[in-house]
Design a binder for this molecule. Structure first.
Ligand SMILES: Nc1ncnc2c1ncn2[C@@H]1O[C@H](COP(=O)(O)OP(=O)(O)OP(=O)(O)O)[C@@H](O)[C@H]1O
Length: 243
C-alpha cells in the first residue's frame, strides 16, 4: 500500500473565450478579443507583444486585478469568472504574487518591513520566515536598509522576496528586468527560474524578446489575440541570456 500522501497543488490556468472591452460606444477599446489559453501547473510562460496588444490586461484578469467582459477564467483550481471585483482580493491573497518593473516598495519601510507588511496585510505567511526569504534572494545582510539605500537590482530582489512571502501558486512578473542593467536583470531572471524549479507557475510579461529564452513557452499577443504559442524545448539558463 502506498503511504505517499503528497498533494500536488494545482497551479494551472485555464482561460476560455476571454474578452475585455474598456469603455463603451465610440470610445470602446477591445483590449482582448477572444483568448483561449491553458497553462500547465508549474509552467514558466513569457508573454510578448507590441505595446497595447493586451498583455497587461490579460495578466490583470488572470491575477484577479481586473474582471473580464466575457469568458471563463480558472486559476489554481478556482473559477474566478463570476467573482465580483470586491471579492477578488481573497483570491489574490490566497493564490497570486506580483513583481513590477519599478519594484513598488514602500519607501519608508526597510527591506525586512516591506516583506513583513504583506504578511500582516494578507494574514498569509509567517513573519519569522522573512529573514529566510531575504537571504534566499541574497539580501541577508541588507534587511535593515531602506529602498533608497538599495540598488535597483536589490530593490527588485526585495520585491521577489515580498512576492514569495505569501507562498503564491502563480507569480506574475511585469517587465521584471525593465529597469535593470544586464547582469542585474540576469540575476532576477535566475531567481524566477529558481522559483519555477520549486514548482510555481510563472507568467512574465515583457517587450524584451531575449527574456523569452528562459521560458517553457512563449505566447505572443497581437491586437488582443494570441498570434502564436511556441514551446521552447531547451529553455536557456538566465546567466546565458543577453540583450
Ligand atoms: N483602464 C483602461 N481604460 C481604457 N483602455 C485601457 C485601459 N487599460 C488598457 N486599455 C487599453 O487596452 C489595450 C491593451 O492595453 P494593455 O495595457 O493590456 O497592453 P500591453 O500589451 O500591456 O501594452 P504595454 O506593452 O504598452 O504595457 C490598449 O489599447 C490600452 O490603451
Amino acid at each position: 500500500m502506498s503511504t505517499d500522501t503528497t498533494v500536488v497543488a494545482n497551479r494551472g490556468v485555464r482561460v476560455t473565450g476571454l474578452t475585455k472591452v474598456f469603455g463603451q460606444g465610440d470610445s470602446a477599446v477591445h483590449a482582448l478579443k477572444g483568448i483561449d489559453l491553458e497553462l500547465a501547473s508549474g509552467e514558466l510562460v513569457v508573454i510578448l507583444g507590441p505595446s497595447g496588444s493586451g498583455k497587461t490586461t490579460l495578466c490583470n484578469i488572470i491575477g484577479g486585478i481586473e474582471t473580464s467582459t466575457e469568458g471563463r477564467v480558472e486559476v489554481a483550481g478556482v473559477d474566478i469568472s463570476d467573482v465580483p471585483p470586491g471579492r477578488l482580493s481573497d483570491f489574490r491573497r490566497d493564490h497570486v504574487g506580483f513583481i513590477f518593473q519599478f519594484f513598488n516598495l514602500i519607501p519608508t519601510l526597510t527591506a525586512r518591513e516591506n516583506v513583513e507588511v504583506i504578511i500582516e496585510m494578507t494574514g498569509r505567511g509567517n513573519r519569522t520566515q522573512v529573514p529566510e526569504f531575504l537571504e534566499a534572494v541574497g539580501l541577508g545582510d541588507r534587511m535593515g536598509s531602506f529602498p533608497s539605500q538599495l540598488s535597483g537590482g536589490q530593490q527588485q530582489r526585495v520585491a521577489v522576496a515580498r512576492a514569495l512571502a505569501t507562498d503564491p501558486d502563480i507569480l506574475f512578473a511585469d517587465e521584471p528586468t525593465g529597469a535593470l542593467d544586464l547582469p542585474t536583470g540576469q540575476q532576477i531572471l535566475g531567481l524566477l527560474q529558481e522559483l519555477h524549479r520549486q514548482g510555481r507557475t510563472i507568467i512574465v510579461v515583457t517587450h524584451n524578446a531575449s527574456v523569452a529564452q528562459i521560458a517553457d513557452r512563449v505566447i505572443t499577443l497581437v491586437d488582443g489575440r494570441i498570434a502564436s504559442s511556441q514551446v521552447n524545448d531547451h529553455p536557456a539558463d538566465a546567466a546565458d541570456v543577453t540583450w
